[in-house]
Structures are given as structure tokens and as C-alpha cells.
Ligand binder design. Structure first.
Ligand SMILES: [Zn+2]
Length: 155
């Protein structure tokens, strides 16, 4: 199927954009009333135009963003929920609470002692983890040695 009279087919883009003169516009409407193919073409053009008009409201980017730009930095809530940051806040709050309780006055020595205690606890835990890993490694080494010896003996 094609246009009933392709030789007198109006410029449908101009028609949809209302850029045709009065006479041309009237002729186009007359053609449209009789030609289903052009009717469909105009419907498609109007749909495209409507779609474009909804997009037009979006703001165009002013420039290309760089990775170093502020928009790429984590937002405050992403930082707050970061485990390292959360742990830091927890320690700070614990120190503050410790400071406000009891005498109501905290000397630098007390703060230092609290920090030293917290740090030594973390260090002790790390040492424990390292010792456990070392023991695990010893066990694995013995297993590998046994496997090797068995392999050599079974030859
Ligand atoms: Zn037509």
C-alpha cells in the first residue's frame, strides 16, 4: 500500500509543525481525509513530536562531568553507613560518654587512657587472629608434608 497520489503528497513534517501556508495546509487536510497511508504517517509524526516535547523539559547537561567532580563523591549517608566511619564514630561517642559520666570532668590523661585501652584491645584481637592464622598455617604445612611423604613412600 502506498499514498493514493504520491505526486501531490504534502510535506507532512511541515504540516505537523504547522509550517505550511493556509492553502497548502487546507490541501493537506483534504489529502489526509482520503489517504489512510498518509493519515498513518501523520499519526506517527505527531506521536514522535509528542514524545520529543516531553523530553524537552529535561535540562541539558551544561558540560561533561569529571570523575573528580563533587557529584561523584559519596553522599553524607553513604559515609555514615561506611563501616570504618561508623566504628570511628562509635569510639568517639564512647569516649564522650565516658567523659561526661562520673566526675563530669575529663582530664587529658583519662582520654589518653581510654584511647590506649581501646587501641590495645584492638591490637590484642589482631594478635589473636595472627596467632590463629599461624597455627592454621602450621597444621596445613604438616598436612602437606604428610601428603608428600606418603606420596614418596608409596612409590
Ligand atoms: Zn497520501
Amino acid at each position: 500500500m502506498s499514498c493514493v497520489s504520491p505526486e501531490s503528497k504534502p510535506d507532512w513534517k511541515a504540516y505537523v509543525l504547522r509550517e505550511l501556508g493556509q492553502d497548502a495546509h487546507r490541501q493537506a487536510e483534504a489529502h489526509l481525509a482520503t489517504c489512510s497511508i498518509c493519515h498513518e504517517e501523520v499519526a506517527t509524526l505527531r506521536l514522535t513530536l509528542d514524545t520529543l516535547s516531553t523530553l524537552r523539559e529535561e535540562e541539558m547537561p551544561r558540560r561533561i562531568a569529571f570523575v573528580s567532580d563533587k557529584v561523584f563523591e559519596p553522599r553524607w549517608w553513604q559515609r555514615v553507613f561506611n563501616p570504618t566511619f561508623a566504628a570511628g564514630v562509635l569510639v568517639a561517642v564512647a569516649i564522650l560518654i565516658h567523659g561526661f559520666m562520673g566526675t563530669g570532668h575529663t582530664s587529658q590523661d583519662q582520654v589518653d587512657a581510654a584511647v590506649t585501652k581501646a587501641v590495645s584491645q584492638v591490637e590484642a584481637r589482631h594478635m589473636q587472629e595472627i596467632r590463629a592464622m599461624s597455627e592454621e598455617l602450621d597444621v596445613r604445612n604438616k598436612q602437606v608434608a604428610n601428603m608428600y611423604r606418603n606420596a614418596v613412600l608409596s612409590r
